[in-house]
Write a protein that binds this ligand. Sequence first.
Ligand code: F0G
Length: 352
Amino acid sequence: AARWPGVIEAYRSRMPVEDGWEIVTLGEGGTPLLPAPHLSELTGCEVYLKVDGANPTGSFKDRGMTVAVTAAKAAGAQGVICASTGNTSASAAAYAARAGMTCAVLVPQGKIALGKLAQAVMHGARIVQVQGNFDDCLELARKTAAEYPAAALVNSVNPTRIAGQASASYEICDVLGRAPDVHCLPVGNAGNITAYWQGYRRYLEDGVISATPRMFGYQAAGAAPLVHGAPVRDPETIATAIRIGDPASWKGAVAARDESNGQFKAVTDDEILAAYRLLASREAVFVEPASAASVAGLLQSAADGSLPRGSLVVCTVTGHGLKDPDTALLNAGEPQVVPIDPAAVAAALDLL
Ligand code: F0G
C-alpha cells in the first residue's frame, strides 16, 4: 500500500492550499476508527472510537496545524504564535520546527499537562506562562499577532485550522461508507466541533454521503459556557485541555448543534474520570481526561434516553493518555518493590 501522505495530500481538493506551496506535514491523519465493544454493549449502540491521539504529536491538533503552518510558510511568516491549553502548543511547536520557523506559545500558568509542556520544550518553542486562563492567553496572542505580523496566529480562529480538522469527518465517512447517526465530541474552544460539522456538510454537498450526523458536544461541568448559554469567568476542571470559559468558535458550535438537531451537555469531573478509566481498562485506549469527556457524555446520553438505541455512533478521543501522566497516576500509589527472588514475586502477586 502507498504511504499515508498526511491530510493535505489525502484531501487536496478540499484543502485551502495552492499549487506550488511547500507542504509542511508530519504524516498526520489516517488514524484508527476502532470498534468499541464494551461501550457498544453498555449503550445498545454500535460505537466506534476515532483515536486521534494516534496523530504525530498525540492529538487532533495536527490535522489543522499542517494546513496552518503550510499557509503561514507560503505567506512568508517567520514564525507562528498561539494560545493553548497544551495540545495546540505541542503541535504548533512541532510543525514550526519541521518548517524551520520559530514558535511562541502562551499557556495558562500551572494548568497545562506535563507531557504537552515537554513537547513544546523539545521542539524548541518559546514558552510564556500567563497569569491567567486560556481565554486570557488567546486574547493576548491575538493582540501580539496583530502587532507583530512576522508571526502568524495558528489558533483555530484561523480558518486553515478548521479546514484541516475537517479531514477527520472525511476519514470517518470514507471508512464507514456513510456518516454516523451521532458524533460525540469534547468541546473546549469549539474549533473541532465546528470543523467536523463543516466536513460532514462538505461531504453531503459533494454527494459523498446522503445524510449528516447529529452533533453531540460535551463540556466539563465547571467549564460549560455553551451548555449555560453564557461565558464562564473562572472555568475549572481536571480536564485542563478544555478548561475554557469563552470559546472562540461559539457561533460555529451553536450552528453545528442547531443544524444537526444535536445537543450540548455537561459532564462532571467524576464522570470524566470514570470514562477515562473505563476507556483504558476495557477498550484498551489510553486517552487524556478531556478526550474522555466525549465518552462520559455518550454514557450520559445513553442513560437519559437522548441517544437512540441502535444508533451508529462515533466518539472522537482527541488526545493521547501519555500527555497527562500526573492524572493517570493520581491515587495509583507506587508499585510494590521486591528483591530478585521468584518467591517474592509470587508473594507480591498473591500467587502463594
Ligand atoms: N480535546 C483535547 C485533547 C484538546 O486539547 C482540546 C482543545 C479539545 C478536546 C477541545 O477542542 O477547543 O476545538 O473545542 N485544546 C486546545 C489547545 C484549546 O490549546 O490545545 P476544541
